[in-house]
Write a protein that binds this ligand. Structure first.
Ligand code: NAG
Length: 357
């Protein structure tokens, strides 16, 4: 078809040439566009069929997708200064045999100059400098370099606190297969590791999204061991037992980790459900608690936070040990963006002050 068009163009009379040449170009563009469309469609068909067939034939392939997801994000987590704050060190801890956890430790901002070129030992020692320490337990997908996680570490550091941010097993460059008990084990290990170094400095757990489930699991465990944590902050918290219709499936483990992959691998991942009983945990917790939630959160509606708040208040029989701060939906913070709120540093500082009394 293309050749015929070319010939027609070639035999045209001179005075009509400009018009014809333009037409020919149009026809050519249109036909090459069609070819491109056809090819894309074919490739998509092949990809779709492969995605249905391959996981069945090679379950190991699915595992590979899980383990290699750190590569998908194209960042070098061992160089936090390139990605985040220049007073941050990268380290690896082992919570169990065969498990390696990638961890970033950011020191208070006023120490940034002193921190340049310092080694692990200096950072470890600095945890005992008397400044409050935060352990940040992040949510689903991506790794400790995600902008909203760096954003929180940034705020904590600028307030003069330490921020310790971990990738659970299976996340980022951490090794192991993620499970709910596994995540709690990792968090407990990190807590004990930090506690041994920060001694009597205030130690607070900040959980976001999926991490709020890990945070309440951890807080209850520590309380049962007779060494309760000093404070807990829950941001974008969910309650797995009372999710709206349709949520339980969306909240399956692999959805949290790889929302874009779930489409292809639904069948093999259907059974991997979460529990994280935050509401049940809050009934037992006596730790001072701050709940943060944006009213326009599209993953967890804010009434979940209100419900958790009233559960915690009833359980603690106190109004001042639990605080709920809702952020106006007009800011567009959704599920991850609270760290951008100019009032947040003040809210955290007030919470830290309340721990002193
Ligand atoms: C390092 O970080 C501090 C605090 O965030 C900042 O003020 C400073 O300009 C940074 N220095 C360099 C060399 O990037």
């Amino acid at each position: 078809m293309r050749r015929r068009v070319d010939e027609a163009a070639g035999s045209g009379r001179t005075e009509e040439k400009p018009v014809k040449a333009k037409k020919v170009r149009n026809v050519r563009e249109r036909s090459s566009w069609r070819v491109w469309l056809k090819r894309t469609f074919l490739v998509l068909c092949v990809l779709y069929v492969a995605s249905r067939v391959i996981p069945r034939l090679f379950p190991a392939f699915v595992q590979h997708m899980v383990y290699s997801h750190a590569i998908l994000w194209f960042v070098d987590l061992s160089r936090p200064a390139d990605l985040a704050l220049n007073h941050t060190v990268n380290m690896y801890l082992s919570s169990e045999e065969g498990i390696t956890l990638g961890v970033w430790h950011t020191v208070p901002e006023h120490k940034w100059k002193e921190a340049q070129g310092k080694d692990l030992e200096w950072y470890e020692k600095s945890l005992g400098d008397g400044s409050p320490v935060f352990i940040y337990l992040h949510g689903n997908t991506n790794n400790r370099a995600a902008p909203h996680r760096i954003g929180v570490a940034n705020i904590l550091s600028s307030l003069g606190y330490h921020a310790v941010v971990m990738d659970y097993r299976g996340f980022g460059d951490s090794i192991g297969e993620p499970t709910e008990p596994g995540l709690t084990t990792d968090a407990l290990y990190l807590y004990n590791w930090v506690k041994a170094r920060c001694k009597d400095s205030p130690l607070v757990i900040w959980g976001h999204s999926l991490g709020t489930g890990v945070a309440t699991n951890l807080a209850v465990k520590l309380q049962e061991q007779g060494k309760p944590v000093d404070g807990v902050i829950l941001e974008g918290a969910f309650n797995s037992l009372r999710l709206p219709e349709g949520f339980p499936h969306a909240f399956t483990w692999y959805y949290w980790k790889f929302p874009y992959i779930q489409f292809f691998f639904q069948d093999s991942m259907k059974n991997n459900k979460l529990s994280f009983p935050s509401a049940e945990n809050l009934k037992k917790m006596t730790t001072p608690l701050l709940i943060l939630h944006s009213k326009d959160d599209h993953l967890v509606p804010y009434w979940v936070a209100e419900e958790l708040y009233s559960i915690a208040k009833t359980a603690m029989k106190s109004d001042d040990r639990v605080r709920l701060v809702l952020f106006d939906g007009s800011h567009g913070y959704l599920h991850n963006g609270l760290y951008r709120d100019p009032a947040l540093p003040g809210i955290i500082r007030t919470f830290m002050k309340s721990l002193e009394v």
